[in-house]
Design a protein around this ligand. Structure first.
Ligand code: AMP
Length: 594
Protein backbone atom coordinates (compact mmCIF):
# COMPACT_ATOMS: atom_id res chain seq x y z
CA UNK A 1 0.00 0.00 0.00
CA UNK A 2 1.44 3.38 -0.97
CA UNK A 3 2.53 5.74 1.78
CA UNK A 4 0.12 8.47 0.67
CA UNK A 5 -2.80 6.00 0.72
CA UNK A 6 -1.87 4.83 4.23
CA UNK A 7 -1.74 8.41 5.45
CA UNK A 8 -5.06 9.22 3.82
CA UNK A 9 -6.82 6.25 5.45
CA UNK A 10 -5.31 6.93 8.88
CA UNK A 11 -6.41 10.56 8.61
CA UNK A 12 -9.95 9.40 7.80
CA UNK A 13 -10.04 7.24 10.94
CA UNK A 14 -8.87 10.17 13.04
CA UNK A 15 -11.47 12.50 11.52
CA UNK A 16 -14.33 10.10 12.00
CA UNK A 17 -13.48 9.13 15.55
CA UNK A 18 -12.97 12.79 16.49
CA UNK A 19 -16.48 13.60 15.27
CA UNK A 20 -18.19 10.48 16.57
CA UNK A 21 -21.30 12.29 17.89
CA UNK A 22 -21.85 14.30 14.70
CA UNK A 23 -21.22 11.27 12.47
CA UNK A 24 -23.82 9.26 14.40
CA UNK A 25 -26.39 12.07 14.18
CA UNK A 26 -25.80 12.32 10.44
CA UNK A 27 -26.17 8.58 9.93
CA UNK A 28 -29.48 8.38 11.79
CA UNK A 29 -30.80 11.49 10.08
CA UNK A 30 -30.01 10.02 6.70
CA UNK A 31 -31.57 6.65 7.52
CA UNK A 32 -34.77 8.28 8.74
CA UNK A 33 -34.98 10.66 5.79
CA UNK A 34 -34.53 7.86 3.27
CA UNK A 35 -36.60 5.16 4.96
CA UNK A 36 -39.39 6.97 6.84
CA UNK A 37 -41.95 5.84 4.26
CA UNK A 38 -41.15 2.13 4.53
CA UNK A 39 -43.99 -0.01 5.91
CA UNK A 40 -41.94 -0.83 8.95
CA UNK A 41 -40.95 2.67 10.06
CA UNK A 42 -44.26 4.14 8.98
CA UNK A 43 -46.02 1.80 11.39
CA UNK A 44 -44.25 3.47 14.32
CA UNK A 45 -43.45 6.98 13.08
CA UNK A 46 -46.26 7.73 10.60
CA UNK A 47 -43.84 9.35 8.17
CA UNK A 48 -42.07 11.48 10.79
CA UNK A 49 -38.28 11.66 10.78
CA UNK A 50 -37.61 13.09 14.20
CA UNK A 51 -34.76 11.31 16.01
CA UNK A 52 -36.34 11.54 19.43
CA UNK A 53 -39.56 10.01 18.13
CA UNK A 54 -37.50 7.23 16.59
CA UNK A 55 -36.03 6.48 19.99
CA UNK A 56 -39.37 6.73 21.69
CA UNK A 57 -41.54 4.69 19.37
CA UNK A 58 -39.43 2.30 17.34
CA UNK A 59 -39.02 -0.91 19.35
CA UNK A 60 -35.77 -2.67 20.04
CA UNK A 61 -36.02 -6.01 18.26
CA UNK A 62 -34.37 -9.36 17.63
CA UNK A 63 -34.21 -11.25 14.34
CA UNK A 64 -37.35 -13.20 15.22
CA UNK A 65 -39.33 -9.94 15.46
CA UNK A 66 -38.49 -8.85 11.91
CA UNK A 67 -38.18 -12.27 10.30
CA UNK A 68 -41.65 -12.05 8.77
CA UNK A 69 -40.66 -8.87 6.89
CA UNK A 70 -37.44 -10.46 5.66
CA UNK A 71 -39.25 -13.67 4.64
CA UNK A 72 -41.68 -11.57 2.58
CA UNK A 73 -38.78 -9.93 0.74
CA UNK A 74 -37.13 -13.34 0.20
CA UNK A 75 -40.43 -14.48 -1.32
CA UNK A 76 -40.43 -11.58 -3.77
CA UNK A 77 -42.24 -8.65 -2.14
CA UNK A 78 -40.59 -5.28 -2.87
CA UNK A 79 -37.91 -4.55 -0.25
CA UNK A 80 -39.44 -1.14 0.45
CA UNK A 81 -41.38 -2.71 3.29
CA UNK A 82 -38.05 -2.33 5.13
CA UNK A 83 -35.82 -0.05 3.07
CA UNK A 84 -36.00 2.18 0.01
CA UNK A 85 -32.41 1.38 -0.90
CA UNK A 86 -31.73 -0.98 -3.79
CA UNK A 87 -31.06 -4.42 -2.39
CA UNK A 88 -28.13 -6.12 -4.07
CA UNK A 89 -28.11 -9.46 -2.24
CA UNK A 90 -28.89 -11.23 1.02
CA UNK A 91 -26.01 -11.78 3.39
CA UNK A 92 -26.25 -14.92 5.49
CA UNK A 93 -24.91 -14.88 8.98
CA UNK A 94 -22.94 -18.04 9.76
CA UNK A 95 -25.58 -19.17 12.21
CA UNK A 96 -23.27 -21.60 13.96
CA UNK A 97 -23.69 -19.90 17.28
CA UNK A 98 -27.36 -19.11 17.20
CA UNK A 99 -28.95 -21.89 15.13
CA UNK A 100 -30.18 -21.35 11.57
CA UNK A 101 -28.54 -18.74 9.31
CA UNK A 102 -30.15 -15.32 9.34
CA UNK A 103 -30.81 -13.37 6.14
CA UNK A 104 -29.64 -9.76 6.16
CA UNK A 105 -30.47 -7.31 3.36
CA UNK A 106 -27.42 -5.83 1.70
CA UNK A 107 -26.99 -2.71 -0.43
CA UNK A 108 -24.11 -1.18 -2.39
CA UNK A 109 -23.50 1.06 0.63
CA UNK A 110 -23.27 -1.96 2.98
CA UNK A 111 -20.83 -3.73 0.74
CA UNK A 112 -18.70 -0.61 0.38
CA UNK A 113 -18.58 -0.30 4.18
CA UNK A 114 -17.80 -3.98 4.61
CA UNK A 115 -14.88 -3.85 2.22
CA UNK A 116 -13.54 -0.58 3.60
CA UNK A 117 -12.80 -2.18 6.99
CA UNK A 118 -9.90 -4.44 5.86
CA UNK A 119 -8.49 -1.49 3.88
CA UNK A 120 -8.51 0.73 6.98
CA UNK A 121 -6.96 -2.08 8.98
CA UNK A 122 -4.26 -2.53 6.39
CA UNK A 123 -3.29 1.11 6.92
CA UNK A 124 -3.20 0.58 10.72
CA UNK A 125 -0.97 -2.48 10.29
CA UNK A 126 1.48 -0.57 8.11
CA UNK A 127 1.66 2.10 10.80
CA UNK A 128 2.59 -0.46 13.47
CA UNK A 129 4.75 -2.94 11.56
CA UNK A 130 7.50 -1.79 9.24
CA UNK A 131 8.35 -3.36 5.94
CA UNK A 132 5.01 -5.04 5.18
CA UNK A 133 5.20 -3.69 1.65
CA UNK A 134 8.37 -5.75 1.08
CA UNK A 135 6.46 -9.02 0.92
CA UNK A 136 3.09 -10.74 0.92
CA UNK A 137 0.61 -12.46 3.19
CA UNK A 138 -0.29 -16.12 2.95
CA UNK A 139 -3.98 -15.68 3.68
CA UNK A 140 -6.08 -18.82 3.76
CA UNK A 141 -9.32 -17.63 2.25
CA UNK A 142 -12.23 -19.68 0.95
CA UNK A 143 -15.40 -18.92 -0.91
CA UNK A 144 -18.76 -20.63 -0.58
CA UNK A 145 -21.52 -21.05 -3.16
CA UNK A 146 -24.30 -18.52 -3.38
CA UNK A 147 -27.88 -19.45 -4.16
CA UNK A 148 -30.94 -17.80 -5.62
CA UNK A 149 -33.91 -16.86 -3.47
CA UNK A 150 -37.47 -16.72 -4.86
CA UNK A 151 -37.06 -12.92 -5.02
CA UNK A 152 -34.40 -13.36 -7.71
CA UNK A 153 -31.76 -11.96 -5.34
CA UNK A 154 -28.77 -14.06 -4.43
CA UNK A 155 -27.93 -15.11 -0.89
CA UNK A 156 -24.36 -15.65 0.23
CA UNK A 157 -22.03 -15.42 3.18
CA UNK A 158 -20.41 -12.09 3.84
CA UNK A 159 -16.94 -13.62 3.43
CA UNK A 160 -17.85 -14.73 -0.12
CA UNK A 161 -19.39 -11.36 -0.88
CA UNK A 162 -16.22 -9.66 0.33
CA UNK A 163 -13.86 -11.95 -1.62
CA UNK A 164 -15.67 -11.28 -4.88
CA UNK A 165 -15.97 -7.53 -4.28
CA UNK A 166 -14.12 -5.12 -6.62
CA UNK A 167 -12.19 -3.72 -3.62
CA UNK A 168 -10.76 -7.11 -2.76
CA UNK A 169 -9.96 -7.93 -6.38
CA UNK A 170 -8.27 -4.64 -7.18
CA UNK A 171 -6.50 -3.79 -3.95
CA UNK A 172 -6.29 -6.22 -1.04
CA UNK A 173 -5.85 -9.19 -3.29
CA UNK A 174 -2.46 -7.74 -4.30
CA UNK A 175 -1.03 -8.44 -0.86
CA UNK A 176 -1.88 -12.17 -0.84
CA UNK A 177 0.23 -15.00 -2.25
CA UNK A 178 -2.61 -16.89 -3.94
CA UNK A 179 -4.23 -16.07 -7.30
CA UNK A 180 -7.86 -14.98 -7.06
CA UNK A 181 -9.20 -17.96 -9.08
CA UNK A 182 -7.92 -20.37 -6.41
CA UNK A 183 -9.41 -18.28 -3.59
CA UNK A 184 -12.77 -18.18 -5.35
CA UNK A 185 -12.76 -21.90 -6.18
CA UNK A 186 -15.63 -23.66 -4.47
CA UNK A 187 -13.65 -26.86 -3.99
CA UNK A 188 -12.25 -26.23 -0.53
CA UNK A 189 -9.72 -29.12 -0.25
CA UNK A 190 -8.24 -28.39 -3.67
CA UNK A 191 -8.16 -24.66 -2.93
CA UNK A 192 -6.53 -25.22 0.49
CA UNK A 193 -3.94 -27.54 -1.06
CA UNK A 194 -2.98 -25.00 -3.72
CA UNK A 195 -2.97 -22.09 -1.25
CA UNK A 196 -0.52 -23.95 1.01
CA UNK A 197 1.59 -25.19 -1.87
CA UNK A 198 1.97 -21.70 -3.31
CA UNK A 199 2.60 -20.31 0.18
CA UNK A 200 5.49 -22.77 0.58
CA UNK A 201 6.91 -22.12 -2.87
CA UNK A 202 6.84 -18.38 -2.12
CA UNK A 203 7.89 -18.85 1.50
CA UNK A 204 10.56 -16.15 1.44
CA UNK A 205 8.04 -13.54 0.39
CA UNK A 206 5.58 -14.42 3.19
CA UNK A 207 5.62 -11.74 5.91
CA UNK A 208 2.29 -12.64 7.52
CA UNK A 209 0.00 -15.60 7.71
CA UNK A 210 -3.67 -15.14 8.16
CA UNK A 211 -7.31 -15.91 7.69
CA UNK A 212 -10.41 -14.25 9.18
CA UNK A 213 -11.40 -16.24 12.27
CA UNK A 214 -8.81 -18.33 14.14
CA UNK A 215 -10.92 -21.48 13.81
CA UNK A 216 -9.48 -21.96 10.30
CA UNK A 217 -6.06 -22.71 11.82
CA UNK A 218 -6.64 -26.17 13.33
CA UNK A 219 -8.29 -27.13 10.06
CA UNK A 220 -5.27 -26.00 8.14
CA UNK A 221 -2.77 -27.75 10.45
CA UNK A 222 -4.71 -31.02 10.13
CA UNK A 223 -4.74 -30.57 6.37
CA UNK A 224 -0.95 -30.06 6.33
CA UNK A 225 -0.49 -33.18 8.47
CA UNK A 226 -2.51 -35.17 5.96
CA UNK A 227 -1.01 -33.66 2.81
CA UNK A 228 2.57 -32.53 3.44
CA UNK A 229 4.00 -35.59 1.65
CA UNK A 230 2.02 -34.80 -1.51
CA UNK A 231 2.98 -31.14 -1.26
CA UNK A 232 6.70 -31.95 -0.97
CA UNK A 233 6.47 -34.46 -3.79
CA UNK A 234 4.79 -31.87 -6.06
CA UNK A 235 7.59 -29.42 -5.28
CA UNK A 236 10.24 -32.09 -5.90
CA UNK A 237 8.82 -33.22 -9.25
CA UNK A 238 7.40 -29.89 -10.43
CA UNK A 239 4.18 -31.75 -11.19
CA UNK A 240 0.85 -30.95 -9.53
CA UNK A 241 -0.90 -33.92 -7.86
CA UNK A 242 -3.45 -35.52 -10.17
CA UNK A 243 -6.24 -35.20 -7.60
CA UNK A 244 -6.24 -31.42 -8.17
CA UNK A 245 -8.70 -31.48 -11.04
CA UNK A 246 -10.58 -28.15 -10.72
CA UNK A 247 -9.49 -25.87 -13.59
CA UNK A 248 -9.79 -22.87 -11.21
CA UNK A 249 -7.03 -24.44 -9.13
CA UNK A 250 -5.04 -26.37 -11.72
CA UNK A 251 -4.60 -23.67 -14.36
CA UNK A 252 -3.08 -20.93 -12.15
CA UNK A 253 -0.75 -23.48 -10.53
CA UNK A 254 1.21 -23.77 -13.78
CA UNK A 255 2.79 -20.36 -13.04
CA UNK A 256 4.16 -21.64 -9.72
CA UNK A 257 5.22 -25.23 -10.38
CA UNK A 258 7.54 -24.34 -13.22
CA UNK A 259 10.23 -26.98 -12.75
CA UNK A 260 11.34 -29.64 -10.25
CA UNK A 261 12.74 -28.06 -7.08
CA UNK A 262 14.39 -30.80 -5.05
CA UNK A 263 16.36 -28.24 -3.04
CA UNK A 264 13.17 -26.80 -1.54
CA UNK A 265 11.63 -30.24 -1.03
CA UNK A 266 14.82 -31.37 0.81
CA UNK A 267 14.55 -28.35 3.05
CA UNK A 268 10.86 -28.75 3.85
CA UNK A 269 10.66 -32.51 4.38
CA UNK A 270 12.74 -32.67 7.58
CA UNK A 271 10.63 -29.85 9.04
CA UNK A 272 7.45 -31.85 8.42
CA UNK A 273 9.05 -35.12 9.55
CA UNK A 274 10.04 -33.66 12.91
CA UNK A 275 8.23 -35.48 15.73
CA UNK A 276 7.17 -32.15 17.25
CA UNK A 277 5.44 -29.49 15.20
CA UNK A 278 5.93 -26.83 17.83
CA UNK A 279 6.87 -23.58 16.05
CA UNK A 280 6.47 -25.18 12.61
CA UNK A 281 4.94 -22.04 11.11
CA UNK A 282 8.09 -20.02 11.70
CA UNK A 283 10.22 -22.86 10.35
CA UNK A 284 8.16 -23.06 7.17
CA UNK A 285 7.79 -19.30 6.80
CA UNK A 286 10.86 -17.83 8.48
CA UNK A 287 10.08 -14.21 7.60
CA UNK A 288 6.54 -14.23 9.04
CA UNK A 289 6.11 -11.29 11.41
CA UNK A 290 2.65 -12.08 12.75
CA UNK A 291 -0.49 -14.17 12.52
CA UNK A 292 -3.57 -12.30 11.33
CA UNK A 293 -6.63 -14.01 12.82
CA UNK A 294 -9.46 -13.03 15.13
CA UNK A 295 -8.86 -14.64 18.51
CA UNK A 296 -11.32 -12.68 20.63
CA UNK A 297 -14.64 -14.01 21.97
CA UNK A 298 -15.18 -17.71 21.37
CA UNK A 299 -12.09 -17.69 19.14
CA UNK A 300 -9.86 -17.23 22.19
CA UNK A 301 -9.84 -21.00 22.59
CA UNK A 302 -7.38 -21.16 19.66
CA UNK A 303 -4.76 -18.85 21.15
CA UNK A 304 -2.85 -21.77 22.72
CA UNK A 305 -2.91 -23.76 19.51
CA UNK A 306 -1.71 -20.85 17.37
CA UNK A 307 0.99 -19.95 19.90
CA UNK A 308 2.16 -23.53 19.83
CA UNK A 309 2.38 -23.93 16.07
CA UNK A 310 3.61 -20.41 15.38
CA UNK A 311 6.31 -20.29 18.02
CA UNK A 312 4.46 -17.42 19.69
CA UNK A 313 4.35 -14.97 16.83
CA UNK A 314 2.11 -12.00 17.66
CA UNK A 315 -1.53 -12.85 16.92
CA UNK A 316 -3.49 -9.89 15.62
CA UNK A 317 -7.27 -9.67 15.79
CA UNK A 318 -7.95 -7.02 13.23
CA UNK A 319 -11.64 -6.17 13.22
CA UNK A 320 -15.05 -6.74 14.72
CA UNK A 321 -17.69 -7.23 12.11
CA UNK A 322 -20.93 -9.06 11.46
CA UNK A 323 -23.34 -9.78 8.65
CA UNK A 324 -25.69 -7.15 10.09
CA UNK A 325 -23.17 -4.31 10.34
CA UNK A 326 -19.50 -3.42 10.61
CA UNK A 327 -18.48 -2.21 14.03
CA UNK A 328 -14.85 -1.42 14.52
CA UNK A 329 -11.17 -2.03 14.12
CA UNK A 330 -8.25 -2.77 16.40
CA UNK A 331 -6.22 0.44 16.63
CA UNK A 332 -3.58 -1.16 18.89
CA UNK A 333 -2.92 -4.34 16.94
CA UNK A 334 0.18 -5.33 18.90
CA UNK A 335 -1.71 -5.66 22.17
CA UNK A 336 -1.85 -9.18 23.58
CA UNK A 337 -4.91 -11.18 22.43
CA UNK A 338 -6.55 -10.89 25.85
CA UNK A 339 -6.21 -7.09 25.78
CA UNK A 340 -7.71 -6.48 22.38
CA UNK A 341 -10.34 -3.76 22.02
CA UNK A 342 -12.09 -2.56 18.91
CA UNK A 343 -12.59 1.14 18.21
CA UNK A 344 -16.08 1.67 16.83
CA UNK A 345 -16.21 3.52 13.52
CA UNK A 346 -19.12 5.93 13.81
CA UNK A 347 -19.86 6.11 10.09
CA UNK A 348 -20.65 2.38 9.78
CA UNK A 349 -24.16 2.32 11.29
CA UNK A 350 -26.18 4.01 13.99
CA UNK A 351 -25.21 2.33 17.26
CA UNK A 352 -27.06 2.19 20.56
CA UNK A 353 -26.19 0.28 23.69
CA UNK A 354 -28.25 -1.53 26.31
CA UNK A 355 -26.43 -1.52 29.64
CA UNK A 356 -25.88 -5.04 30.95
CA UNK A 357 -25.42 -5.83 34.58
CA UNK A 358 -22.68 -8.44 34.49
CA UNK A 359 -23.28 -9.30 38.11
CA UNK A 360 -26.73 -10.39 37.11
CA UNK A 361 -26.61 -11.18 33.39
CA UNK A 362 -30.23 -12.35 33.44
CA UNK A 363 -31.20 -8.67 33.57
CA UNK A 364 -30.16 -8.17 30.00
CA UNK A 365 -32.29 -11.13 28.99
CA UNK A 366 -35.27 -9.75 30.84
CA UNK A 367 -35.17 -6.65 28.71
CA UNK A 368 -36.72 -8.68 25.96
CA UNK A 369 -38.75 -6.60 23.61
CA UNK A 370 -40.34 -9.38 21.60
CA UNK A 371 -43.79 -8.38 20.58
CA UNK A 372 -44.31 -5.88 23.38
CA UNK A 373 -45.57 -2.44 22.51
CA UNK A 374 -42.95 0.21 22.48
CA UNK A 375 -44.31 2.14 25.46
CA UNK A 376 -44.06 -1.03 27.47
CA UNK A 377 -40.51 -1.63 26.36
CA UNK A 378 -39.39 1.91 27.18
CA UNK A 379 -41.12 1.67 30.53
CA UNK A 380 -39.36 -1.59 31.25
CA UNK A 381 -36.08 -0.03 30.35
CA UNK A 382 -36.60 2.96 32.59
CA UNK A 383 -37.89 0.87 35.46
CA UNK A 384 -34.98 -1.46 35.02
CA UNK A 385 -32.80 1.68 35.09
CA UNK A 386 -31.21 0.39 31.92
CA UNK A 387 -31.59 3.38 29.65
CA UNK A 388 -30.37 2.70 26.12
CA UNK A 389 -27.45 5.01 25.39
CA UNK A 390 -25.79 6.44 22.31
CA UNK A 391 -22.29 5.60 21.14
CA UNK A 392 -20.70 8.69 22.65
CA UNK A 393 -22.50 8.26 25.98
CA UNK A 394 -21.22 4.82 26.97
CA UNK A 395 -19.28 4.73 30.23
CA UNK A 396 -15.81 3.37 30.84
CA UNK A 397 -15.83 -0.12 32.39
CA UNK A 398 -19.55 -0.69 31.74
CA UNK A 399 -20.92 -3.72 29.85
CA UNK A 400 -23.39 -3.23 27.01
CA UNK A 401 -25.31 -5.15 24.40
CA UNK A 402 -24.91 -3.51 21.00
CA UNK A 403 -28.00 -2.46 18.98
CA UNK A 404 -27.75 -1.32 15.34
CA UNK A 405 -29.80 0.69 12.89
CA UNK A 406 -28.77 0.57 9.24
CA UNK A 407 -29.78 2.02 5.92
CA UNK A 408 -30.47 -1.55 4.80
CA UNK A 409 -33.57 -2.03 6.94
CA UNK A 410 -32.44 -2.97 10.44
CA UNK A 411 -33.93 -0.70 13.08
CA UNK A 412 -32.79 -0.93 16.70
CA UNK A 413 -31.69 -4.49 16.10
CA UNK A 414 -30.09 -6.44 18.93
CA UNK A 415 -26.94 -8.03 17.59
CA UNK A 416 -26.64 -10.28 20.65
CA UNK A 417 -23.02 -9.41 21.48
CA UNK A 418 -21.96 -8.18 24.91
CA UNK A 419 -19.13 -5.68 24.93
CA UNK A 420 -17.17 -3.82 27.60
CA UNK A 421 -15.96 -0.24 27.27
CA UNK A 422 -12.18 -0.13 27.74
CA UNK A 423 -11.40 3.42 26.64
CA UNK A 424 -11.83 5.95 23.86
CA UNK A 425 -10.03 6.70 20.65
CA UNK A 426 -10.68 10.40 20.23
CA UNK A 427 -14.42 10.56 20.90
CA UNK A 428 -15.24 7.03 19.80
CA UNK A 429 -15.37 4.26 22.38
CA UNK A 430 -13.21 1.16 22.33
CA UNK A 431 -14.88 -2.10 23.25
CA UNK A 432 -13.60 -5.44 24.34
CA UNK A 433 -15.68 -8.30 22.94
CA UNK A 434 -17.01 -10.15 25.99
CA UNK A 435 -19.39 -12.83 24.71
CA UNK A 436 -22.45 -13.64 22.67
CA UNK A 437 -25.43 -13.15 24.83
CA UNK A 438 -27.63 -16.06 23.92
CA UNK A 439 -25.03 -18.78 24.12
CA UNK A 440 -25.21 -20.33 27.54
CA UNK A 441 -25.16 -23.63 29.31
CA UNK A 442 -28.00 -23.96 31.72
CA UNK A 443 -29.46 -26.85 33.69
CA UNK A 444 -31.54 -25.04 36.26
CA UNK A 445 -31.28 -21.43 37.43
CA UNK A 446 -27.59 -21.49 36.58
CA UNK A 447 -26.55 -19.61 33.44
CA UNK A 448 -23.05 -20.09 32.14
CA UNK A 449 -22.10 -17.78 29.35
CA UNK A 450 -19.51 -18.38 26.68
CA UNK A 451 -17.13 -16.08 28.55
CA UNK A 452 -17.73 -17.80 31.92
CA UNK A 453 -17.02 -21.20 30.38
CA UNK A 454 -13.88 -19.99 28.65
CA UNK A 455 -12.55 -18.58 31.94
CA UNK A 456 -13.35 -21.78 33.84
CA UNK A 457 -11.60 -23.92 31.24
CA UNK A 458 -8.60 -21.63 31.30
CA UNK A 459 -8.43 -22.12 35.06
CA UNK A 460 -8.00 -25.86 34.50
CA UNK A 461 -4.86 -25.33 32.40
CA UNK A 462 -2.71 -25.60 35.53
CA UNK A 463 -3.88 -29.19 35.87
CA UNK A 464 -3.09 -30.52 32.41
CA UNK A 465 -0.29 -28.25 31.18
CA UNK A 466 2.40 -29.72 33.47
CA UNK A 467 1.68 -33.08 31.84
CA UNK A 468 2.60 -31.67 28.42
CA UNK A 469 -0.95 -31.38 27.10
CA UNK A 470 -2.30 -28.62 24.92
CA UNK A 471 -6.04 -28.01 24.63
CA UNK A 472 -6.58 -27.44 20.91
CA UNK A 473 -10.37 -27.00 20.89
CA UNK A 474 -13.39 -27.37 23.11
CA UNK A 475 -17.14 -27.30 23.06
CA UNK A 476 -19.91 -28.31 25.42
CA UNK A 477 -23.54 -29.13 25.89
CA UNK A 478 -26.02 -29.16 28.70
CA UNK A 479 -27.10 -32.76 29.23
CA UNK A 480 -30.63 -32.19 30.41
CA UNK A 481 -31.67 -35.81 29.83
CA UNK A 482 -29.68 -37.11 32.79
CA UNK A 483 -31.14 -36.68 36.24
CA UNK A 484 -29.86 -34.39 37.57
CA UNK A 485 -28.71 -32.62 34.41
CA UNK A 486 -25.02 -31.79 34.01
CA UNK A 487 -22.50 -30.00 31.85
CA UNK A 488 -20.57 -32.10 29.36
CA UNK A 489 -17.41 -30.66 27.84
CA UNK A 490 -15.67 -32.01 24.75
CA UNK A 491 -11.94 -31.41 24.80
CA UNK A 492 -9.49 -32.05 22.01
CA UNK A 493 -6.09 -32.52 23.65
CA UNK A 494 -2.71 -33.11 22.09
CA UNK A 495 0.78 -33.62 23.39
CA UNK A 496 2.96 -30.54 23.01
CA UNK A 497 6.07 -32.43 21.96
CA UNK A 498 4.63 -35.03 19.71
CA UNK A 499 2.23 -35.49 16.87
CA UNK A 500 1.07 -38.86 18.12
CA UNK A 501 -2.67 -39.07 18.53
CA UNK A 502 -2.43 -41.88 21.08
CA UNK A 503 -2.80 -40.00 24.34
CA UNK A 504 -2.15 -41.52 27.74
CA UNK A 505 -4.72 -39.78 29.87
CA UNK A 506 -4.28 -39.93 33.58
CA UNK A 507 -7.68 -40.16 35.25
CA UNK A 508 -6.56 -38.29 38.35
CA UNK A 509 -5.41 -35.32 36.31
CA UNK A 510 -8.54 -35.30 34.20
CA UNK A 511 -10.80 -35.56 37.22
CA UNK A 512 -8.92 -32.62 38.71
CA UNK A 513 -9.60 -30.72 35.47
CA UNK A 514 -13.33 -31.41 35.83
CA UNK A 515 -13.18 -30.17 39.36
CA UNK A 516 -11.17 -27.05 38.54
CA UNK A 517 -13.71 -26.10 35.87
CA UNK A 518 -16.58 -26.58 38.31
CA UNK A 519 -14.86 -24.59 41.03
CA UNK A 520 -14.32 -21.75 38.58
CA UNK A 521 -17.96 -21.54 37.53
CA UNK A 522 -20.23 -19.02 39.19
CA UNK A 523 -21.98 -19.01 42.53
CA UNK A 524 -25.33 -20.27 41.21
CA UNK A 525 -23.72 -23.21 39.44
CA UNK A 526 -21.76 -24.19 42.53
CA UNK A 527 -24.79 -23.78 44.77
CA UNK A 528 -26.98 -25.99 42.61
CA UNK A 529 -24.19 -28.49 42.23
CA UNK A 530 -23.75 -28.69 46.00
CA UNK A 531 -27.50 -29.20 46.33
CA UNK A 532 -27.14 -32.03 43.79
CA UNK A 533 -29.55 -30.24 41.48
CA UNK A 534 -26.78 -30.32 38.91
CA UNK A 535 -24.79 -33.52 38.38
CA UNK A 536 -20.97 -33.85 38.20
CA UNK A 537 -19.39 -32.16 35.22
CA UNK A 538 -17.98 -34.54 32.63
CA UNK A 539 -15.05 -34.04 30.26
CA UNK A 540 -15.03 -36.19 27.14
CA UNK A 541 -11.64 -36.16 25.45
CA UNK A 542 -11.92 -36.55 21.67
CA UNK A 543 -9.41 -37.68 19.05
CA UNK A 544 -7.26 -35.05 17.35
CA UNK A 545 -9.18 -33.98 14.23
CA UNK A 546 -12.64 -34.42 15.78
CA UNK A 547 -13.25 -30.66 15.75
CA UNK A 548 -12.20 -30.59 12.14
CA UNK A 549 -15.03 -33.02 11.43
CA UNK A 550 -17.37 -30.80 13.41
CA UNK A 551 -16.44 -27.87 11.21
CA UNK A 552 -16.95 -29.99 8.06
CA UNK A 553 -20.41 -30.83 9.36
CA UNK A 554 -21.38 -27.17 9.81
CA UNK A 555 -19.84 -26.26 6.47
CA UNK A 556 -21.89 -29.01 4.82
CA UNK A 557 -24.97 -27.36 6.33
CA UNK A 558 -24.09 -24.04 4.73
CA UNK A 559 -21.72 -22.31 7.16
CA UNK A 560 -18.90 -20.44 5.40
CA UNK A 561 -15.51 -21.89 6.31
CA UNK A 562 -14.16 -18.37 6.81
CA UNK A 563 -16.98 -17.30 9.10
CA UNK A 564 -17.14 -20.57 11.00
CA UNK A 565 -16.86 -20.24 14.76
CA UNK A 566 -16.66 -23.44 16.76
CA UNK A 567 -19.87 -23.37 18.76
CA UNK A 568 -19.02 -23.05 22.39
CA UNK A 569 -22.23 -24.86 23.31
CA UNK A 570 -23.70 -27.46 20.97
CA UNK A 571 -27.44 -27.70 20.50
CA UNK A 572 -27.70 -29.85 17.39
CA UNK A 573 -27.91 -33.61 17.97
CA UNK A 574 -25.83 -34.61 14.91
CA UNK A 575 -23.06 -32.21 15.95
CA UNK A 576 -22.93 -33.75 19.41
CA UNK A 577 -22.86 -37.21 17.83
CA UNK A 578 -19.88 -36.28 15.65
CA UNK A 579 -17.80 -35.48 18.72
CA UNK A 580 -19.28 -38.33 20.75
CA UNK A 581 -18.23 -40.89 18.16
CA UNK A 582 -14.62 -39.72 18.51
CA UNK A 583 -14.36 -39.86 22.30
CA UNK A 584 -11.22 -41.56 23.66
CA UNK A 585 -11.81 -40.99 27.36
CA UNK A 586 -14.57 -39.88 29.73
CA UNK A 587 -13.86 -38.28 33.09
CA UNK A 588 -16.11 -37.01 35.86
CA UNK A 589 -15.77 -34.54 38.62
CA UNK A 590 -15.83 -36.47 41.88
CA UNK A 591 -16.23 -35.58 45.50
CA UNK A 592 -17.99 -32.56 46.91
CA UNK A 593 -17.41 -29.02 45.77
CA UNK A 594 -15.81 -26.71 48.33
P1 AMP B 1 -21.45 -13.57 11.20
O1 AMP B 1 -22.46 -12.54 10.90
O2 AMP B 1 -21.91 -14.94 10.96
O3 AMP B 1 -20.13 -13.34 10.57
O4 AMP B 1 -21.17 -13.49 12.75
C1 AMP B 1 -20.96 -12.25 13.38
C2 AMP B 1 -20.67 -12.51 14.83
O5 AMP B 1 -19.34 -13.04 14.95
C3 AMP B 1 -20.65 -11.25 15.66
O6 AMP B 1 -21.94 -10.83 16.03
C4 AMP B 1 -19.82 -11.73 16.84
O7 AMP B 1 -20.59 -12.51 17.73
C5 AMP B 1 -18.78 -12.62 16.16
N1 AMP B 1 -17.59 -11.82 15.86
C6 AMP B 1 -17.33 -11.06 14.79
N2 AMP B 1 -16.14 -10.43 14.89
C7 AMP B 1 -15.64 -10.79 16.10
C8 AMP B 1 -14.47 -10.47 16.82
N3 AMP B 1 -13.54 -9.66 16.33
N4 AMP B 1 -14.32 -11.02 18.05
C9 AMP B 1 -15.23 -11.87 18.56
N5 AMP B 1 -16.36 -12.22 17.93
C10 AMP B 1 -16.57 -11.68 16.72
Amino acid sequence: MEKSRIEYLLKKIEEQTSNAGEEQEKILENILKRNAETDYLNKFLHGQTDKQLFKKYVPVVTYEDIKSYIDRIIDGEPPNILTTETITEFILSSGTSGGEPKYVLSTADCSQKRTSIPMLMEAVMHKHIEGLDKGKGMYLLFSTPDFDTPSGLKARMFSSSYLSSPTFKTTLFKIVTTPIEIILSLNKPQSMYCQLLIGLIRRHEVLRIGTIFASTFPNCIKFLQDHWKDICSDIRTGHLSDWITEPDCRTPMSSFLLEPNSELADLLEPIFKNESWEGIITKLWPKAKYIDAIVTGSMSQYIGLIDYYSGRLPIISTFYNSSEACFGINMEPLNKPWDVSYTFLPNMAYFEFIPVDKESPQKAQKLHFNGVSNEESIEKLENGSAQIVDLVDVKMGQFYEVVVTTLAGLYRYRVGDILKVTGFHNKSPKFQFVERQNVALSIDRDKTSEGDLSKAIKAAEIEFEPHGFLLTAYSSFADTWSIPGRYILFWELKLRDSNTDRLKLDSNTMEQCCRRVEESLDFTYRLYRKMNLIGPLEIRVVKFGAFDELMNFFVSRGAAPLQYKTPCCLKIKEAIEILDSRVVGKFFSNGNLA
